[in-house]
Every structure is written in C-alpha cells, then in structure tokens.
Write a protein that binds this ligand. Structure first.
Ligand SMILES: [Zn+2]
Length: 175
C-alpha cells in the first residue's frame, strides 16, 4: 500500500485507507481510529503557522510566522513546524526530551515549554536532510479542501450522533 503525506510532511497515511479511487476522502467510519484522529487533527492544523514561530512572535506579529511544513507527535499532542524550527524540534527530540514523554500527547507541551524558555538547537546542528525540488518557493499553508477533497461533504453527511460515536468535535474543525 502506498504511504502518503497529506499537506504536511511527517504523518504518513495508507493512501487506500484514506482516499477512494477518485482521490476523494473515504467515509470517516471506515478508517481505523488512529487514522481518523490524524485526518481530523490535520484539518484543524493544516492552515496554522509553525508552533515555534507562534511561540516566538505571538498573535501580535502573526504575519512574521512561517507556515508549517511538517507535523510530528500524536494527534492532540502534535507539533507543527516550519523548516527552520524543525531543526530545533529534532534536536530537542533526540537530545533533550524526557524518554517518558516520547510517543505521548505530552510532546507538544514539553517541546513548547522548552522552546518558550529559549531552548534551541546549537548553531550548525544537522537536523533533517531535505531534498528540495524548489528551494526558492515561498512556503504556503496547504489548502485543506485541496489536500482532503470531500471531507467537508463527508462531515455534513454523517449525523451528530455518528460524529459523537466517532469522537469528533466539529467546533475544533476549521473548514
Ligand atoms: Zn517556525
């Protein structure tokens, strides 16, 4: 089965589990719980700026925040990052993070705290190698309706009871 990113690098999905033959999203009820949680969380986060930029600049200077390019961690404990700040995250993850935090939803709070307190990767730290097809391109936030075609209709189709059963909170979604 082909593994794909949706909008951001990092989280990988089985293409056949998430999309049908026409590339439209499958019914949420047919996905396993973890896949569904990630898909829904992605819809909330695709258009957010990099977490670290936001911690550094805040809402007052939101225009200086870079769009996120990568997502790490567990749904609801995820961290999204621009390319520059990905290096800080990778350093934190490898060298600083408490072992008990890795793989849990606490990754988000733990990384945010470290970064907010001034934690950074050392100068020249080799983070992640990128194969960049278009290095001069200005990064843009992915468009949820392009990345997840049919999701909006799918959310309209399923009724409230079903969404409850699927543990979906529509208020969190940004469509
Ligand atoms: Zn950033």
């Amino acid at each position: 089965m082909a593994k794909v990113n949706i909008g951001l690098r990092g989280w990988r999905f089985d293409e056949d589990e998430v999309f049908d033959d026409e590339g439209r999203i499958r019914p949420l009820g047919t996905m396993d719980e973890d896949t569904r949680a990630r898909v829904l969380r992605l819809t909330e986060r695709l258009t957010d700026p990099c977490d670290a930029c936001w911690l550094a600049y805040g809402d007052d200077r939101i225009e200086e925040c870079e769009p996120a390019e990568v997502i790490y961690g567990e749904p609801r404990g995820e961290v999204i990052l621009c390319r520059d700040h990905e290096t800080d995250f990778v350093y934190w993850f490898r060298e600083v993070a408490d072992e008990g935090v890795i793989g849990t939803v606490q990754v988000q709070d733990a990384f945010h705290e470290w970064f907010f307190d001034g934690g950074r990767a050392p100068e020249g730290y080799a983070g992640v190698e990128h194969v960049d097809s278009d290095p001069d391109a200005v990064p843009e936030s992915p468009d949820p309706t392009e990345e997840l075609p049919g999701l909006e209709e799918e959310l309209e189709r399923v009724d409230d009871e079903e969404l409850d059963a699927l543990n979906v909170d529509l208020d969190d979604l940004d469509l």
